[in-house]
Design a protein. Structure first.
Length: 151
């Protein structure tokens, strides 16, 4: 989506897990099939786990659901600022760069993707639902809402 809008130079995008069970694995075949059906460019990807240092590397860490939020909090703790669904759109529009703490340390902002839509819902986990198209639609909706704040 950022490539389509010709704004990829404004973003550093990555994907990381909060758990360890898939570390090193490639993309799940059903997820790959869904992306191909929806004309999304496939990139080589191996699962990695989020690390404490990521709180200083990324301005925003965007989670899919509450379980991810809990996992991120377990790993990052007070190295991040946890943004409420009510505030995420306002904060992103006003100042998308990460805040500094009182000791000068950069802190990533953490929220759920669908917070950008104003719904604050969770992305459906296709591992359990089996519905990769629904998950794709939810992620697309969240990303469109996020990117619309930059227009």
């Amino acid at each position: 989506m950022v490539k389509q809008r010709k704004i990829e130079e404004r973003f550093l995008v990555n994907s990381a897990a909060t758990s360890t069970e898939e570390i090193g694995n490639g993309m799940y075949p059903k997820a790959r099939e869904c992306l191909i059906r929806n004309h999304v460019e496939i990139v080589v990807h191996r699962a990695v786990q989020i690390r404490a240092e990521d709180a200083q590397k990324y301005d925003w860490i965007i989670c899919m659901d509450n379980e991810n939020m809990h996992g991120v909090h377990s790993i990052l703790g007070d190295r991040a600022v946890y943004v409420t669904p009510q505030d995420v759109r306002r904060i992103f529009q006003e100042d998308p760069a990460s805040p500094y703490s009182s000791n000068g340390m950069i802190k990533a902002r953490v929220c759920k993707l669908l917070d950008f839509t104003g719904y604050g819902a969770e992305i459906s986990d296709p591992w359990y639902s089996g519905n990769f198209e629904r998950t794709f639609a939810e992620i697309s909706s969240g990303l469109e809402a996020l990117l619309s704040l930059l227009d």
